[in-house]
Design a protein around this ligand. Structure first.
Ligand SMILES: NC(=O)c1ccc[n+]([C@@H]2O[C@H](COP(=O)([O-])OP(=O)(O)OC[C@H]3O[C@@H](n4cnc5c(N)ncnc54)[C@H](OP(=O)(O)O)[C@@H]3O)[C@@H](O)[C@H]2O)c1
Length: 282
């Protein structure tokens, strides 16, 4: 299949591209330099030039505090961006696979969110991503919205790298107690996204490594895997001054995938071990 990946230069997009190329698909990878998703003419021009059967939108402003500081930019990329991709998909009869987030939820439920729970974002990042989902649903005939959470992968630095690198340096690790979600290996999410992209499936899916933990438990697990200990400062969100509030409990359950017998996602501990093995051996 011919697949265009917008945000293909990011952490998840890079893994999706690698998996789809390996599977023999004709993959076109665009970052913001090649296609600025905020411009409708630009997205349509790209779609017209390549005529993909599937567009995967992994482009986003993912820095949650930056979204809070620059809301117009967040809404432009995270909401108008998917709107533009949806219009292009409708025009060229392509399927849209749009990547979204656990941060569409408010974190008040106290147990993992399913696709049937009502979103209620608490920060600009979540609000802009939810608006993006809404545009996709209202414009596209053929779409999958795939929500992931707490990604760690090989392309760029993230919380798992911060912890592992701090353990090597012996520097203090700050871990927030009241932030709980489903840590997910970008490679695992990319594999599921690639399968859904070329399938007949449609609708909203959660696709995370199974289970959940707090940032503190994630630090403890990384210490266990690396057999290294270091100073950890455990704080609450109220003591960890950041521009954007984070949902306290945004773990996701892959309920939709489970109902259709397609939930092949591994547990987060297993995924973390595989990532750490890669990191320690590279
Ligand atoms: N990271 C997480 O923990 C996490 C958690 C939940 C959900 N998600 C979702 O997963 C998806 C992928 O996240 P990620 O962490 O892989 O992202 P990332 O590494 O931050 O990469 C972001 C991508 O978006 C592109 N981009 C930014 N502005 C753009 C614009 N105006 N036009 C076109 N492309 C633009 C970037 O392109 P350039 O680099 O070329 O500028 C880059 O390819 C996003 O939808 C995100 O909301 C991520």
């Amino acid at each position: 299949m011919k697949v265009l990946i917008l945000g293909g230069t990011g952490m998840l997009g890079t893994d999706i591209a690698a998996i789809m190329e390996k599977a023999g698909h004709d993959v076109i990878v665009h970052g913001s330099q090649e296609t600025d998703i905020t411009g409708l003419d630009c997205v349509i021009k790209t779609a017209a030039a390549h005529k993909p059967q599937v567009i995967i939108n992994s482009a986003a402003i993912t820095d949650v505090d930056k979204c809070e500081a620059e809301p117009d930019n967040a809404y432009r990329v995270n909401a108008i961006g998917p709107k533009n991709a949806a219009i292009a998909c409708r025009k060229f009869k392509a399927k849209l696979v749009h990547i979204s987030t656990d941060y569409v939820f408010d974190g008040e439920k106290g147990s993992p969110y399913t696709e049937f729970d009502a979103p209620n974002p608490v920060n600009i990042y979540g609000k802009s991503k939810l608006l993006g989902e809404d545009f996709v649903k209202s414009i596209c005939n053929d779409y999958c919205i795939i929500r992931v959470a707490w990604l760690f992968g090989t392309k760029r630095s993230h919380f798992v790298d911060y912890v592992a690198d701090s353990l090597v340096k012996g520097s203090e690790i700050i871990a927030v107690k009241d932030m709980v979600s489903s840590p997910t290996y970008a490679a695992d999410a990319a594999s599921m996204i690639s399968k859904l992209a070329v399938s007949e499936e449609a609708g909203t899916f959660h696709s995370c490594n199974k289970g959940y933990c707090s940032r503190v438990q994630l630090v403890e697990e990384i210490m266990k895997i690396t057999n290294k200990k270091g100073p950890v400062k455990v704080v609450n969100q109220s003591q960890w001054l950041r521009l954007a509030k984070r949902p306290a409990f945004s773990a996701l359950k892959n309920h939709h995938l489970g109902l259709i017998d397609k939930d092949e996602m591994a547990g987060w501990r297993d995924a973390l071990k595989r990532y750490m093995r890669y990191k320690l051996n590279k």
